[in-house]
Design a protein around this ligand. Structure first.
Ligand code: ZN
Length: 192
């Protein structure tokens, strides 16, 4: 992560410009986020970019010296980040993993949480500690895809490798094949 970036959210965001800020609305893309983006170019901000989501408006404050290209970069970064945040807030991972473990007779995870910094993997499992990490990139995907990745990792609690025995467990999830296809199409690696 860029260490010049500070993410301000909700009440933590208190700065209000005294100067008359330049505010503009960025048109929403067709498949864009579920919020409107509003840009404020601030002369008071020197290096940091801030963003807060209030009432369906993602307000991004950038230093006034930033170019249009940089502005667009931050619109993309912040939109993606808040979209993910909204999607992950929607899902109770612990409850979900518990239900799936029960339903498919798999071991329970001792801990399961979202991870923001998994770039090449959808999920990971540490059988010795019983901890499972799920990539936040999965959050906007359909529920049945997320469920498959959870089942995949739960199965690893019992079988660490990708042996036939492992796949027998993973395929207790009825939509396993379909989900694997979906993930391949998303150009990720369904293995870990
Ligand atoms: Zn695996």
């Amino acid at each position: 992560m860029n260490n010049e970036l500070r993410l301000f959210e909700d009440h933590e965001y208190t700065e209000t410009s005294v100067e008359t800020p330049t505010v503009e609305l960025v048109p929403e893309a067709a498949d864009g986020p579920a919020f409107v983006v509003e840009i404020e170019r601030s002369t008071r901000r020197k290096r940091t970019v801030g963003a807060q989501l209030v009432g369906g408006v993602l307000k991004i404050v950038i230093p006034s010296w930033m170019s249009r290209v940089e502005q667009q970069h931050w619109v993309d970064v912040m939109s993606r980040r808040f979209e993910r945040k909204m999607s992950t807030d929607r899902v109770d991972l612990v409850e979900r993993a518990l239900t799936l473990a029960r339903r498919h007779d798999l071991p329970r995870a001792r801990e399961i949480s979202w991870s923001d910094n998994m770039l090449s993997r959808w999920g990971s499992c540490t059988p010795t500690t019983g901890c499972i990490r799920i990539s936040t990139r999965l959050a906007p995907f359909p529920d049945w895809v997320l469920d498959y990745v959870i089942v995949h990792e739960l199965a690893h609690l019992e079988v660490g490798d990708h042996s036939a025995e492992f796949w027998r467990l993973a395929h207790r999830y009825p939509k396993a094949e379909r989900a694997i296809g979906y993930l391949i199409a998303k150009s990720g690696d369904e293995h870990d």
